[in-house]
Design a protein around this ligand. Structure first.
Ligand SMILES: NC(=O)c1ccc[n+]([C@@H]2O[C@H](COP(=O)([O-])OP(=O)(O)OC[C@H]3O[C@@H](n4cnc5c(N)ncnc54)[C@H](OP(=O)(O)O)[C@@H]3O)[C@@H](O)[C@H]2O)c1
Length: 249
């Protein structure tokens, strides 16, 4: 009994820390005006991942010039005349800088599976990305993080709040909170996209978005295809500029 109470206390404290550690839905009132010109050359970070491959496919379908940032080119099963591969690692600043140069905007779907010990892959990688973007004046960043951080803490539902996040993902989510903080403190025109649990279901097109999406009780989900579509739309839509927006079905 004592153990259960202690555990619940830990889960609640973690949820509270994730709420405080990241940003609220809109952090700055000194909104930097977006550039409504359509960007043409887009860099995708995490391009071999589930959301990343969807981003690459959909961007190419919309005639964008795409640079896919990958650790292993064999992991990307897409070929297209408008697709360039940039091999590198987000932890290696030189390779990030090379990839960012010459692009108009960046879509990041960076993630990893090193769940059970402290890592800084998301925050350090994003630090390198922001540094290169600021250096070359690449101003638009749309970054996928997750529901469960900042003012969306608790909104992945009870199962995630009291089991998955405290037991499996505490370090991962803490690094995501650091990642969000870095983005909000940067000078780029950012949008943070916080999806519910990701599925590989076909793109549905019918999903909700806004600062208050999610449920404190049920697990909310969305397909990677829908997240990718939403992220791409942000390139030409300033509704959520300098905001964190949640997306779920
Ligand atoms: N899974 C969920 O239910 C869920 C829910 C909400 C939010 N999210 C978040 O959404 C994002 C995308 O998730 P996903 O499942 O679609 O992605 P994913 O399949 O986990 O892909 C992650 C991508 O990041 C790349 N990556 C990892 N470390 C890297 C490094 N050091 N340098 C360069 N690239 C690196 C991976 O490359 P490799 O292919 O080389 O490994 C891969 O391309 C993640 O941040 C995830 O946490 C996930």
């Amino acid at each position: 009994m004592k153990f259960i109470l202690l555990y619940l206390f830990y889960a609640l404290i973690l949820s509270f820390a994730l709420k405080q550690g990241a940003l609220y839905s809109r952090v700055k009132s000194d909104r930097k005006d977006g550039n409504n010109e359509k960007p043409e050359r887009i860099l995708v970070i995490g391009a071999t991942g589930g959301t990343g491959q969807e981003l690459v496919r959909q961007l190419l379908g919309r005639e964008y010039q795409v640079t896919a940032f990958v650790r292993n080119p064999a992991g990307l099963k897409i070929e297209h005349p408008k697709l360039t591969i940039a091999q590198g690692n987000v932890l290696d600043y030189e390779s990030v800088e090379k990839a960012v140069r010459g692009n108009d905007a960046v879509l990041s779907a960076l993630g990893h599976k090193r769940f059970f010990y402290p890592t800084r892959i998301l925050s350090k990688g994003t630090h390198n990305l922001l540094r290169a973007m600021e250096k070359f004046g690449v101003s638009r960043l749309v970054c996928e993080t997750s529901l469960g951080i900042g003012n969306s803490a608790g909104r992945l539902g009870l199962y995630y709040t009291f089991f998955t996040i405290p037991v499996i993902l505490p370090f991962y989510f803490w690094d995501k909170a650091r990642q969000e903080k870095l983005i909000t403190e940067s000078n780029v025109n950012w949008t943070i996209v916080r999806p519910g649990v990701l599925t590989n279901n076909p793109k549905h097109g019918n999903f909700r978005h806004g600062p208050d999406i999610g449920s404190y009780i049920w697990t909310v989900r969305i397909s990677r295809g829908d997240v990718a579509e939403f992220m791409i739309c942000q390139l030409t839509d300033d509704t959520y500029l300098k905001m964190a927006v949640a997306v779920a079905k």
